[in-house]
Design a protein around this ligand. Sequence first.
Ligand code: NAD
Length: 480
Amino acid sequence: METIQNYINGSFHDPINGDWLDNYCPVDGSVTGKLPNSSAEDVENAYIAARSAFPSWSQTPLDERSRILIRISELLESKLQDLAEAESVDNGKPVTLAKTIDIPRAADNFRFFGNATTQFASESHESVGFEAINYTLRQPIGVVGCISPWNLPLYLFTWKIAPAIAAGNCVVAKPSEVTPMTAYLLGAICAEAGLPRGVLNIVHGSGTITGQAIVEHPDITAISFTGGTETGAHIAKLAAPKFKKLSLELGGKNPNIIFADCDYRNMLETTVRSSFANQGQICLCGSRIFVEASVYDKFKADFIMRVKTLKVGDPRDKNTDIGALVSQAHMDKVKEYIAIAKDEGHVILCGGNQVVVNGLENGYYLEPTVIEVTNDACRINQEEIFGPVVTLMPFNREEEALQMANSVKYGLSATVWTNNLNRAMRLSNQLQTGIVWVNTWMLRDLRTPFGGMKASGIGREGGFEALRFFTESKNVCIKY
Ligand code: NAD
């Protein structure tokens, strides 16, 4: 049994009030250990450590900050296998996925922002005719809060922490209570890399107690949050009267629009991934697949044939494509949506059932599920399921596909498959999403803005956008 502790001021601590949560392993449903359910007092201690570290860290030369971030990145890479296994046990994802996506990307986050901070420049404006010059300082905010979800645990946790500390802030961070393990391991890695104590403090616990204490803390003045739309709305309500800076990366219900003129093989393979990678638990997964009518029947047959070959099973097995869902509660939610689909009279084309894996009978496994719908306004096309479930629907005209793509409350990402350049550009202009992929999916360049419109959030992460979020701009005007 593993005991996870808070990482505060460079060392590990039990929660002050002695309150603990069980840590479940989705692979077999067992309890693997416990983690603190930290109170406002633990958050206060983390805050005090961060505040004490801030004067020195914010004045640390950029080269030195950069060197430490890159060292963290190298250490993450050197521990790839152990971290990937830990992520898989905690989350249920295949080890191969954690090894190729989650952990390398966590390392990339530190390397990228270690480099980016040395290139982050501010503007100056010569006020011609006024004999004045304006220059803009971008100063670190102070102590900032970072709160992340369970689907890409270390990947998303570090996507916030790396730019926050690169910009000179000190951090109080909380990973999801459902997947705390790699965040726990990160503490020791940061210490080994020479990150001064107090710069990063990691407190574990539930959203409603620990998370909320971070959001409500009067002197944690910026919150970077990734998670569900409802939680985001709640956080916005708490933060608004305190005038906190907010970055909210929330849910999605992303359209995948397929035209007959696309590169079919590439589209088919990528669509299998964009539907079911990480058990469909990626905010960018394309869960509503719209297919041009002339190629619909062919796509439907080929897609189902391909999906049926996906192997659901032990995440440690390198041949496994689909691992376990993250928790019993989440699996129950996804199953409920499959039941709603049946009630609403939609056709389950494949999947739809729980899978009992030999030797892992209490794990949370579901078949990849493809559902044919005739109406985009139905619940399973409008509400975020966040599991291995996609819907198929044909369309006749481009305008019809666009209208359906935009007819949801969310606006995170969209994928378009076509070799018609005019159409690709037309749709890219009109899709109401923060990210559009044409003839690809989840190709990430970390310099680009990342985030959603509408109920998918506020603000953008990535590149200099993140460094701008984690700094206050101050304009200085000098008359000569
Ligand atoms: P969640 O909102 O339940 O929890 C996210 C984090 O917020 C967790 O650490 C949780 O403990 C914390 N939290 C919960 N209530 C809180 C409160 N009152 N105050 C402060 N913190 C609180 O989300 P989840 O179930 O962990 O993650 C799944 C959701 O995340 C999905 O909706 C998915 O689309 C979204 N997501 C979005 C992105 C993106 O980049 N837009 C990326 C990944 C996941």
